[in-house]
Design a protein around this ligand. Structure first.
Ligand code: FES
Ligand SMILES: [Fe+2]
Length: 400
C-alpha cells in the first residue's frame, strides 16, 4: 500500500514532476518509421504529457517540436512540409528540425519576434524501424543498441499495441508479477478459446508453458554496466517441472519476454499520467546462426486493434488483451492507497523502491541507472538471455 503522496510521486510523468524528470533521462519510441512516409511526413506525438509534432523535412531530416505554433497556437500538424522545415498552415511561420523559426511572412525584417518564436526541439533517432526521442536535458545520452534491435542473425518484426487507457506504472508493475500468468493468461485463454480449437493453435506454446502450477518464485536485482532491472524467476511443478532462468524487467519501462520462438522487447511509453503507448520489437534468431540484411523498411509491422467492445467487455483471446484488461480495470491511475499487497507482490515492492531511489539520483543531478554515455558499452547491449525458455515452450507445445 502506498500513501496518496507516494502514489503521485511514482506515477506522474509531466515536465517538472519527480518521476517525469526521471523518465526524461531515457530514449523512448514515439513512432514506427513507416508512419512518417513521403505521403504523410508528419505525426502528432503525445509523450510524457507533452504535445509534439514529429516530421521529416523535404531533405529527409527528422524533427520533433511542440505541436502548437508559438504565434497563435494553431496545430503544426496541418502545416506544409518544405525542404528546410515545417510551415504553419495559419500564417506561414516556418520552423526547421532544430525548432528555429526561419520565416515569418508579413512581419518586419529583423523583428525580435523571429528569435522569440524559436521552439524547443527534441533529439530523434531511427533504429530497428522505430523512431526514438529523448526529452531530457542536454547532452543526450546514447540511444541503447539493445541486442533485439541490432542483431543480424535473425529477423525482426514490430507490434504496435492498442492505446492503453492507464498509467504506465500499471504495465511495468505487471512485469514484476510472477503469478498472474496462471490465471490471467493460462486459465483465461482456456475460457476464451474453449470452443475455438483452430484459434488455440497459435497459443499452444504459451498455454502449455503457463498452465503448469507455480511452486515458488523469487526475484533478483540485475546490475549490468549498461542497464539494470529485476528478474523474476519461477519454479514450475506439474508434469514438466522447471526453474526458469528468468527474463528481466529493465528499468524503468521495458520488459524482455520470450513469445513463442521470438524474444520480444516491450517499450511502455507514458503518453501522459492516464495513457500509455506500447511498442514491441520481436526478434527471431536463425537456428543456424546465418546473417540477414533486413532494412528498416522491410521490418513487418502489425497494429493490434482495440479489444474493448461497445458493451464494455474486452476480447480476451489474445495475450495482450488479457493484460490490457487487467491494467485498465485497475483504474486510469491505480489508487494504491487501498491495495492489499501479498507475498506475490514482492517484486513490485522492490521495483517501487528502485523507482524512488532513481528519482532521488536524478534530483541530485546525477545520471540514473541505464543511461549510457560510453560508446564502448553500446556497440550492442546484450541481455545474456538464454533460449531455454523458448526451447522448452516449443517442446511442450509439440508434445501436446
Ligand atoms: S498560428 Fe502559426 S503562423 Fe500564426
Ligand atoms: Fe501478462
Amino acid at each position: 500500500m502506498l500513501s496518496a503522496e507516494d502514489n503521485l510521486l511514482l506515477t506522474q510523468v509531466g515536465k517538472g514532476t519527480p518521476c517525469g524528470e526521471l523518465m526524461r533521462r531515457y530514449w523512448m519510441p514515439v513512432a514506427v518509421a513507416k508512419e512518417i512516409s513521403d505521403d504523410k511526413p508528419v505525426k502528432r506525438v503525445r509523450i510524457l504529457g507533452e504535445d509534439l509534432v514529429l516530421f521529416r523535412d523535404g531533405k529527409g531530416r527528422l524533427g520533433l517540436i511542440p505541436e502548437h505554433c508559438p504565434h497563435r497556437h494553431a496545430s503544426l500538424y496541418f502545416g506544409f512540409i518544405e525542404d528546410d522545415g515545417l510551415r504553419c498552415a495559419y500564417h506561414g511561420w516556418k520552423f526547421n528540425v532544430d525548432g528555429e523559426c526561419i520565416e515569418q511572412p508579413y512581419e518586419r525584417a529583423n523583428s525580435p519576434l523571429m528569435k522569440q518564436a524559436c521552439q524547443t526541439s527534441y533529439p530523434v533517432q531511427q533504429l530497428a524501424g522505430l523512431i526514438f526521442a529523448y526529452l531530457g536535458p542536454a547532452p543526450a545520452p546514447l540511444l541503447p543498441r539493445w541486442e533485439m534491435l541490432v542483431r543480424d542473425d535473425g529477423v525482426r518484426s514490430i507490434v504496435v499495441l492498442p492505446p492503453h487507457r492507464c498509467n504506465w506504472l500499471q504495465a511495468q508493475e505487471n512485469s514484476l508479477d510472477p503469478t498472474h500468468t496462471y490465471w490471467l493468461h493460462a486459465r483465461l485463454f482456456e475460457r476464451a478459446l474453449k470452443d475455438r480449437p483452430e484459434d488455440r493453435k497459435p497459443w499452444a506454446a504459451d498455454l502449455a508453458y503457463f498452465s503448469r502450477p507455480i511452486e515458488s518464485y523469487e526475484f533478483e536485482f540485475c546490475r549490468e554496466p549498461a542497464w539494470s532491472g529485476i528478474r523474476k524467476v519461477r519454479t514450475y511443478g506439474g508434469d514438466r517441472p522447471q526453474k526458469e532462468s528468468g527474463h528481466p524487467a529493465i528499468f524503468p519501462n521495458i520488459l524482455v519476454a520470450p513469445q513463442g520462438p521470438k524474444l520480444t522487447m516491450h517499450f511502455r511509453v507514458p503518453v501522459d499520467d492516464e495513457n500509455l503507448a506500447i511498442y514491441w520489437v520481436e526478434f527471431q534468431a536463425n537456428v543456424d546462426g546465418s546473417r540477414v540484411k533486413q532494412a528498416d523498411e522491410d521490418i513487418p509491422v502489425s497494429w493490434l486493434p482495440d479489444p474493448l467492445q461497445p458493451d464494455g467487455d474486452y476480447r480476451l483471446d489474445h495475450f495482450v488483451y488479457q493484460d490490457q484488461m487487467a491494467w485498465e480495470t485497475q483504474g486510469r491511475v491505480f489508487d494504491r492507497t487501498t491495495e492489499l499487497i501479498g507475498m506475490g507482490d514482492r517484486g513490485i515492492v522492490m521495483y517501487r523502491n528502485m523507482l524512488r531511489q532513481q528519482i532521488q539520483i536524478v534530483q541530485e543531478g546525477k545520471d540514473p541507472d541505464g543511461v549510457i554515455r560510453d560508446p564502448a558499452l553500446n556497440d550492442m547491449v546484450r541481455l545474456s538471455l538464454n533460449s531455454e525458455l523458448n526451447k522448452l515452450a516449443h517442446e511442450m507445445a509439440a508434445a501436446k
